[in-house]
Design a protein around this ligand. Structure first.
Ligand code: UGY
Ligand code: MN
Length: 260
């Protein structure tokens, strides 16, 4: 009798593109991610992608919410939250109001805004979930929640590509995080190698390309996740025949004196 694993190829490790270089960057391919169960969630798996164990100042998860799944109790942890629907639908409840979010659905919440969510559809919902401590500024009001869809946000030219600012942080110091959707026609590439204090959590939504990260050139594609540490030199070139899109977290609008 054939062994139950007899059909597996011998090149398992060479097919993985995941790389972790602490203090520099991490690439985590979809096939290499592992499920975690979180206490306040029913019928849901979390793929944990970034936490402070990497040196990051935020946590970012990909949530896989089965039909009927969602939060058990309202989420209320004193952090600011960002949610983005990657696949499927979710009913999101805030202050007694239910918002039906579809693919591209975007939520930003300042701290202390308890919410719950449920997948009332008959199919899987995948959602990005990022949390971080909010840094308040004296004399600057904390902005109100944002509930929208990326389709309602205008794309603006930036360097050699276009981007949508899902959180309107330009000229608005109340926001201390950015979530930008970057869009690249095939063959488009950055005009320079960036190296900056801001951290990134990047999720490839569509397309493919080459990412240059701290001296390494790595092929990336849809559903890859990348964490970039402060001052990780970075450059992207889109390849293939499809428009490339990724969604990118970045810390903005604050002075960098906490570590002094
Ligand atoms: O805004 C940014 O820092 C962006 N251009 N970086 C990136 O896409 N790696
Ligand atoms: Mn950058």
């Amino acid at each position: 009798m054939a062994h139950k694993f007899a059909s597996l190829d011998a090149d398992i490790t060479s097919r993985s593109r995941s790389i972790t270089k602490p203090g520099s960057y991490m690439i985590l391919g979809q096939a290499d991610r592992v499920n975690s169960k979180l206490p306040n969630w029913r019928d849901t798996n979390a793929k944990v992608m970034t936490t402070p164990v990497l040196g990051a100042k935020f946590v970012e998860y990909e949530m896989f919410i089965q039909p009927g799944g969602g939060t058990k109790q309202p989420v209320n942890d004193g952090l600011q939250h960002f949610l983005f629907v990657l696949e499927g639908e979710i009913s999101f409840e805030l202050a007694g109001q239910v918002h039906e979010l579809t693919v591209g659905g975007t939520v930003w919440l300042p701290p202390n805004q308890p919410y719950s969510l449920t997948n009332n559809s008959g199919a899987l919902t995948r959602m990005l979930w990022l949390r971080r401590r909010y840094i308040e500024l004296e004399g600057i009001a904390i902005p109100e929640p944002i509930i929208t869809n990326e389709k309602n946000v205008e794309a603006m030219p930036e360097d050699t590509y276009v981007e949508k600012h899902l959180i309107p942080y330009d000229n608005e110091l109340g926001y201390d995080m950015a979530f930008n959707l970057l869009i690249f026609e095939p063959g488009t590439h950055f005009g320079f190698v960036e190296s900056h204090i801001m951290e990134h959590g990047l999720y490839m939504l569509d397309g493919r390309g080459f990412y240059y990260l701290n001296g390494d050139l790595i092929e990336v594609k849809k559903d890859d996740y990348i964490y970039m540490a402060p001052f990780c030199p970075q450059y992207f070139a889109a390849t293939g025949w499809e428009t490339g899109r990724y969604i990118l977290y970045k810390d903005v609008n604050r002075d960098y004196i906490d570590e002094l």
